[in-house]
Design a protein around this ligand. Structure first.
Ligand code: NAD
Ligand code: UFG
Length: 336
């Protein structure tokens, strides 16, 4: 079976390629390297001892995508390619709509043309907006406060319409919570360009000395210690959820959404303390003001993924922090 992985050189995509190769799938990656480097895929090959097929191509490039489908018999697609910076999406909404939505539509059209109707899509817990916690798949979605989140909601809706029009499609919408951690080899991990927006890569860069200080965004929330609560999930657990979802889409039709989280909420201070323990370093941080758009607390009810996909997260925050630190110390300047 051959799986096309869009955005396969990225953080979650690269870890998923490792799991797919280890499980015996043939893997074809398409990435434009906007937020990644080709070396990541060499490292995936080093980890697994297997090779994958690589195409440098933008998913908005219809001809390029058609060439990939013509050259390979693709059985299913895992669609990671997209831009993901929440703050940037508010400054550059059209870039996000163009890249994420137009790119996805081109991909779905090319899939249809080549009669490949099986897809796993990277969605996000952000689609739940201001719902009560824990989030459940039956809740109404779409009350989202930024363009990035809206692209995820719209693409979910588009795929819903695609399935309504043609019941031969088989679609899994995976709503990720907060992926952190790295492959335990330390060869691949999260390596954002510029100053990180997300908590864990920021912490790791402060600990290694590339950034002077972490600012905790808000210490006055109505939570156990005043800082925001999130559901952190090890990226390898998340990658394994894609294996289960691929198996599901290959063996049936329909459209289903799944929460992919641990079901446990940790505060920002919990993460800082776990990271200090894993790294043996005292982290330089201050409590600052709230970040616009942050919700006080959310975490997953992942029962549906447990029962229907047969998937369950295995790793806790200690392992997430240890693997992040291992990756950071082995790649102090990132992956070149
Ligand atoms: P990432 O930026 O590391 O990976 C995305 C990859 O897609 C990159 O390699 C990038 O170069 C590529 N890409 C972007 N636009 C492209 C295009 N038009 N054509 C071809 N390649 C393109 O991000 P990630 O953290 O691995 O996230 C993967 C997916 O999961 C994204 O869709 C993201 O929105 C979603 N997601 C991520 C998180 C998170 O916290 N990391 C949470 C929820 C959902
Ligand atoms: N935080 C800080 N300081 C920082 C960065 C983050 O205190 O420098 C805090 C945030 O306020 C938040 C928590 O750490 O309370 C986690 O923040 P992240 O930016 O790492 O993650 P978010 O929960 O804001 O967002 C993530 C992804 C989004 C996705 C969302 C829901 O970045 O793409 O989870 O899945 F939409």
């Amino acid at each position: 079976m051959t799986i096309l992985v869009t955005g396969g050189a990225g953080y979650i995509g690269s870890h998923t390629c490792v799991e797919l190769l280890n499980a015996g799938y043939d893997v074809v990656v398409v990435d434009n390297y906007y937020n990644s480097v080709p070396e990541v895929l060499n490292r995936v090959e080093t980890i697994t001892g297997k090779s994958l097929k690589k195409y440098e191509c933008d998913i908005r490039n219809r001809e390029g995508l058609e060439k990939i489908f013509a050259e390979n018999k693709i059985d299913a697609v895992i669609h990671f390619a997209g831009l993901k910076a929440v703050g940037e999406s508010s400054r550059l909404p059209l870039l996000y709509y163009e890249n994420n939505i137009s790119g996805s539509v081109v991909l779905f059209e090319v899939m249809e043309k080549f009669s490949c109707k099986k897809i796993v899509f990277s969605s996000s817990a952000t689609v739940y907006g201001n719902n009560p916690i824990p989030y459940q798949e039956t809740m109404t979605t779409g009350d989202v406060s930024n363009p990035y989140g809206r692209t995820k909601h719209f693409i979910e809706q588009i795929l819903g319409d695609v399935y309504t029009a043609d019941n031969e499609w088989s679609i899994s919408l995976l709503r990720y919570f907060n992926p952190i951690g790295a492959h335990e080899s330390g060869l691949i991990g999260e390596d954002p360009n510029g100053i990180p927006n997300n908590l864990m890569p920021y912490i790791a860069r402060v600990a290694i000395g590339r950034l002077p200080q972490l600012t905790v965004f808000g210490g006055d929330y109505d939570t156990k210690d005043g800082t925001c609560i999130r559901d952190y999930i090890h990226v390898v657990d998340l990658a394994k959820a894609h294996l289960c979802a691929v198996d599901k889409v290959l063996n049936g039709t329909g459209i289903e959404a799944y929460n992919i989280g641990n079901g446990v909420g940790y505060s920002v201070l919990d993460i800082i303390h776990a990271f200090e323990k894993a790294s043996g370093k005292k982290l330089n941080y201050v409590i600052g003001g709230r970040r616009a758009g942050d919700l006080p607390a959310f975490y997953a009810d992942a029962t549906k993924a447990n029962t229907e996909l047969g998937w369950k997260a295995e790793y806790g925050i200690d392992k997430m922090c240890e693997d992040t630190w291992n990756f950071q110390t082995k790649n102090p300047e990132g992956i070149k």
